[in-house]
Design a binder for this molecule. Structure first.
Ligand SMILES: C[S@@+](CC[C@H](N)C(=O)[O-])C[C@H]1O[C@@H](n2cnc3c(N)ncnc32)[C@H](O)[C@@H]1O
Length: 209
């Protein structure tokens, strides 16, 4: 576990209300749009990497998905989300505190049908961090499984939450994932922070061949 990053994210989630965070979405519409292309059945396993306190999990539960795994380096983030959901609803989700750049638990998962990452990969600015992310993804996502990744686009900001980020377009993400992953769909999306500031994102959906 990268303890300085864990502390950073725990501080971030402790210091603000979730709906004031610079990545808060009332409705995660673009990811839900990509999810709808995955022909997902409700029992498919969805792994949300770097869940934070995202409303994506609320939506998956509402839609009736029964195999949801929420992971984050910040136990504070996951605890805020669990609190919002309430004990009974939260018990429908599997919760894992782990660092995707030094995974201990996530890498033991298998048969993941859908890998979902909104605004996490772009924080991995070092080669070894991205390599760990990719090798975990390739280990756990099943053949025919889907990968949804949303990051700041090439037109986007170069920092988020005070941290450097790496910008992408669909080609850079395709190159990163490699030839075993077919780009199914992609689009640019203009996200607006609670402050009103615009943040251009690239949204991608890949399928493992
Ligand atoms: C910008 S937030 C996005 C949160 C959520 N995906 C969303 O869309 O609201 C980035 C999230 O990634 C998590 N994170 C950052 N580095 C991580 C790492 N190395 N391993 C796991 N989670 C990480 C943070 O704790 C934070 O919740």
């Amino acid at each position: 576990m990268n303890n300085s990053m864990r502390e950073h994210w725990n501080d971030v989630y402790s210091s603000k209300d979730v709906n004031q965070l610079g990545w808060y979405e009332k409705a995660p519409t673009p990811c839900l749009e990509l999810l709808s292309k995955c022909k997902a059945t409700k029992d498919m396993t969805i792994l949300d990497v770097g869940t934070g306190a995202s409303t994506f999990i609320d939506c998956l539960i509402e839609e009736g998905f029964t195999n949801i795994i929420a992971t984050d380096i910040s136990e504070m983030a996951l605890s805020k989300l669990r609190e919002r959901l309430g004990k009974e609803t939260a018990s429908l989700v599997r919760w894992i505190v782990d660092d995707i750049t030094k995974p201990i638990h996530i890498q033991n998962l298998e048969g993941i049908d859908i890998w979902h990452d909104r605004a996490v990969l772009h924080f991995l600015v070092k080669d070894n961090e991205r390599n760990a992310y990719l090798s975990t993804l390739k280990k756990v996502v099943k053949q025919g499984g889907y990968v949804i990744i949303a990051t700041f686009s090439l037109k986007g900001a170069s920092k988020c939450s005070g941290l450097d980020i790496r910008n992408y377009d669909e080609n850079l993400l395709a190159e990163l994932l490699g030839e075993d992953f077919e780009l199914v769909e992609h689009f640019d999306y203009m996200y607006h922070m609670p402050s009103g500031e615009a943040r251009p994102y690239i949204y991608t959906l890949f399928r493992r061949c």
